[in-house]
Design a protein around this ligand. Structure first.
Ligand code: FAD
Length: 386
């Protein structure tokens, strides 16, 4: 067991930190306030390989382990959790294309996605199917060399501004085994986008509903085989949950850094805030919880990298723990800033608003508990991972 970062991992971290401080940090507040989706910054991220961090090398990705990708995402999220969270969704969809598309389809789309030339959305949730995603109702029927898609998706990150949709749709029976996954060009005839949702946070990326009305998709753009779509979507989400957990760790680190600077700057009762033991204890707890969350995320990433049978369990645990702790650390950092934490001149309220949704999406934290409990109860044990 080695808790040290390798030389390569340190280099990724330093490159990501330098990029984030240059390209994200100076603009994040404006992107949030004005609802700007920063395409140029995302394209610059692509130039460094950040749009295909763990996508397959054969199709343009860097092919990094999830652990290394998490180290990069954490640095980016410390500067702008919202933009980074979108970038992680793009990475998830790009990995799904490079991993499960037919070779000619992966060769056509993979490199353009991995380079950031094209951006992707992941389309699972529907108006009537959120936590119970396996009940989704969007249909795909085969017609010759095409599938024809009809239905609706809700809450799709990036929708309306992305080029590729990875869409889960029903080709067969009710339940998870009747679902297939497709790569769909986002400008296909019959696709319509809803209004941009007004959200509490994640304002540097659009969220929209999508409707599909007789949308024709080449049959070759099926990912995997018919009926494998739900399993593919869940494989994507194992990594996605590590990514979202990482965005919470990054946001918490950004908030803690701000709080640590502030307690030295701000004086009350003739002393810096740093002199008050109540705040020292708060900072100590925040730092301890941050390290615990980060280590849990890295453990889950290494279980996924190892192809461990219990990787899904650890991804769910990491997502639950890191997003809950990350939100609470952001909240404590806001509290340490007093009234200034609540106003937009400081980044705390933005970190808090951005981190809140991490407890809801890519499976709510209640659903993470369902996954964890179900497995433990089925196996009558919770063993130390080997
Ligand atoms: C900003 C944003 C971006 C998103 N981006 C995407 C995206 O890009 N692609 C995508 O496919 N989806 C996306 N989503 C959707 C997101 O994944 C869902 O909102 C989430 O899975 C929850 O589904 P729901 O909103 O329908 O809530 P529901 O499933 O209706 O849940 C409501 C409440 O009931 C609880 N609950 C439900 N079932 C159970 C149970 N069995 N046990 C205990 N509690 C339960 C939930 O935890 C929750 O608290 C996004 C959502 C948001 C808000």
């Amino acid at each position: 067991m080695d808790f040290e970062l390798s030389e390569d991992q340190c280099a990724f971290r330093d490159t990501a930190r330098e990029f984030a401080q240059r390209e994200f940090a100076p603009h994040a507040a404006r992107w949030d306030a004005e609802g700007i989706f920063p395409l140029e910054a995302l394209h610059h991220a692509g130039e460094l390989g950040f749009c295909g961090l763990y996508a397959l090398e054969a199709h343009g990705g860097l092919g990094l382990p999830r652990l290394d990708a998490s180290i990069v995402f954490e640095e980016l999220a410390a500067a702008c959790p919202s933009t980074t969270a979108y970038l992680t969704i793009h990475n998830m969809a790009t990995w799904m294309v490079t991993r499960f598309a037919r070779p000619e389809v992966a060769a056509e789309w993979g490199p353009r996605l991995a380079s950031g030339e094209l951006l992707a959305s992941y389309c699972l949730t529907e108006p009537g199917a959120g936590s119970d995603a396996a009940s989704l109702a969007t249909r795909a029927r085969r017609e010759g060399e095409h599938y024809v898609l009809d239905g609706a998706k809700a809450f799709i990150s990036g929708a309306g501004a992305t080029d590729v949709l990875v869409v889960m749709a029903r080709t067969g029976e009710a339940g998870p085994k009747g679902i297939s996954a497709f790569l769909v060009a986002a400008d296909s005839p019959g696709i319509e986008y809803g209004k941009k949702e007004h959200k509490m946070g994640w304002n540097s990326q659009p969220t929209r509903s999508i409707t599909f009305d007789c949308v024709r998709v080449p049959a070759a753009q099926l990912l995997g085989e018919e009926g494998e779509g739900f399993a593919i979507a869940m494989k994507g989400l194992d990594g996605g949950r590590i990514n979202i957990a990482t965005c919470s760790v990054g946001a918490a680190q950004g908030a803690l850094n701000a709080a640590l600077a502030y307690v030295h700057e701000r004086h009350q009762f003739g002393r810096p805030l740093a002199d008050f033991q109540a705040l020292q204890f708060k900072l100590a707890d925040m730092a301890t919880e941050l390290v615990a969350a980060r280590q849990m995320v890295r453990l889950a990433a290494s279980r996924l990298d190892a192809g461990a049978a219990d990787a899904t369990l650890y991804c769910a645990m990491a997502k639950r723990l890191a997003t809950d702790l990350g939100f609470s650390i952001c909240n404590e950092a806001l509290q340490i800033h007093g009234g200034y934490g609540y106003i937009r001149e400081y980044p705390l309220e933005r970190y808090l608003r951005d981190a809140r949704v991490h407890q809801i999406l890519e499976g709510t934290n209640e659903i993470m508990r369902v996954i964890i409990a179900r497995r433990m109860l089925a196996e009558h044990t919770m063993e130390t991972p080997r």
